[in-house]
Write a protein that binds this ligand. Structure first.
Ligand code: FAD
Ligand code: FES
Length: 259
């Protein structure tokens, strides 16, 4: 019997075991996480042990290897919190709280899977992170991966997808343009997406037109991360939901993108 999403979590001090720059302003952090095993779609609140920030920043699980408890994150440096994370080096200590939020496996399409039908994973920029973790949970070859980037593609090594489609707005790898322009949801059993809001809106609209079930991972600024402060509201057809505990994954048709 599984714990309901978000209930099995811990706040632990861990040591950074590896750090790697993967593109301008984008880096990976790795650690050994001895707490409850995360599932794809979930996230951690993270900050360095010595930090000027009161709150950890929400970061998705990009990879978790249960054999070694190895946990990997893919992070874009944006402001103070992620700037502090970018300065971490192997051996430094960080505080992690998690795993938090719901899991991709909780997002189940209503119709049964037809033989050979695949899923599509559509990510933009560091939004690929929770989809990398999802890919690792799916059977090899049972999904296609679409990655959209401003400049050169990054972070796609090791995917066991059938087709890999990339797009770069600056024409630095794969198709030139936005990944949503190279994506047709019609052949897919389900679509899972994460990335900037314009990408999510375009993917959700295309899925609605083709009646393809679509599930998205949303970002909201977060404080408590456990449903207590109501600071991460997402407007949905069922009223306001908390991104940290009711999400971050939502069926796209429930989300009021303009609400
Ligand atoms: C569930 C979840 C999973 C996430 N996973 C990842 C991930 O895997 N990798 C990654 O790089 N980032 C991820 N993010 C976004 C990351 O949390 C923010 O970039 C980070 O909190 C910014 O903090 P900061 O102190 O560096 O920047 P700040 O100084 O707080 O802000 C810098 C800029 O980022 C914006 N911002 C602040 N918080 C958020 C937020 N939560 N979401 C979006 N924009 C924000 C601000 O409005 C501002 O424009 C995730 C967010 C959520 C909610
Ligand atoms: S961050 Fe506090 S309720 Fe979501």
């Amino acid at each position: 019997m599984r714990d309901p999403p978000g209930t099995a979590k811990q706040c632990l001090s861990v040591q950074i075991s590896a750090r790697r720059d993967v593109a301008a302003g984008i880096f990976q952090l790795e650690t050994i996480w001895p707490g409850p095993a995360p599932r794809a779609g979930q996230f951690f609140l993270i900050k360095p042990r010595r930090s000027a920030c009161f709150l950890g920043r929400p970061i998705s699980v990009a990879e978790y290897d249960p054999a070694e408890n190895r946990l990997r994150f893919l992070i874009a440096k944006r402001g103070r919190g992620t700037g502090e994370l970018a300065a971490l080096r192997p051996g430094d200590e960080a505080e992690l709280t998690g795993p938090l939020g719901n899991r991709w496996e909780d997002m189940v399409p209503e119709r049964p899977r037809a033989a050979g039908e695949r899923a599509a994973l559509v990510g933009g920029g560091v939004g690929i992170a929770p989809l990398l973790a999802l890919g690792a949970e799916l059977a090899p070859g049972s999904y296609d991966f679409y990655g959209g980037f401003k400049a050169a593609p990054f972070g796609l090594e090791g995917l066991e997808c059938q087709d890999l489609v990339t797009a770069s707005e600056e024409g630095l790898g794969g198709n030139q343009g936005r990944i949503s322009d190279f994506f047709n949801p019609a052949p897919y059993r389900a679509v899972y997406a994460c990335g900037p809001l314009p990408l999510l809106k375009a993917v959700a609209a295309a899925c609605e037109n083709s009646r393809t079930p679509c599930f998205i991972s949303l970002e909201r600024p977060m404080a408590c991360g456990v449903g207590a402060c109501l600071g991460c509201a997402v407007a949905t057809r069922r009223g306001n939901r908390r991104c940290c505990i009711d999400g971050p994954l939502f069926p796209a048709h429930e989300v009021l993108f303009h609400g």
